[in-house]
Design a protein around this ligand. Sequence first.
Ligand SMILES: [Zn+2]
Length: 270
Amino acid sequence: MIDTHCHLTSKQLLPRVGEILADARTAGVRGAITVATSSSDSRACLDLAREHENLWCSAGIHPLYADEPCHWEEIRAVAEDPKCVAWGELGLDNHYDDPPRSLQEKVLTEQLAFIESCEAEGLSKPIIVHSRQSQDDLLAIFRESHLEPSRFVFHCFTGTPDEARRLLDFGAWISFTGAVTFTKSEEIAAAARLVPADRIMVETDSPYMSPEPVRKIRPNQPEYVMHIARFLARLREENFEDFERQLDANAERFFGIRMSPDDDAESTTQ
Ligand SMILES: [Zn+2]
């Protein structure tokens, strides 16, 4: 199992990263992608990814960090490292109005233009999307770009079945967090039932949002992605082992990574 989206550089997790990754391995979670939120965080994520086997990172600017300095050359330098396997997370967040929507949009536009120029020069990566109450706006913006729809994953999906259908029609992938396990999440669960087996991923988005049945335990951490995978396997009436294999294959294909075997991981990380 791999946690395809966590924030190990967050202050709740960073001081205990070695222990957290060891706990994850014990729970059967052998890999993780630590996702960046700003240009300085992109560098911090890469430094961490280089220290650990089966840990990868992304490079990009989160919409809620649009008011921090963006250094595109720094993001590009991070992206050139083989341990950096995605752009993002990027997108729009309509839940908060700080930073203002106009600034979020400006940074998003710059970021997509930057990614297109990198892609044109052969530096190509899938894109992790943060969408909060802004899915249709984002789809319109992405459709205007020259970026391939199947390279986008909408992370932490919390929408309705209709919204999931529109993402799938666009060609994107969908990733689920602990939000799908909450008792009042029937709509998200209904959406999770209709995502094709080869376009679904799971993630903790830790340190936020611990899944059931560990919802009260804070902070969330990568080992708990197992609870989300088990919940989804039950919901989709799939055999857990088969579903887990499918999730691993999906993450490896989408991000272009290959997890090294268990014993390897144990002997080479702290
Ligand atoms: Zn995130």
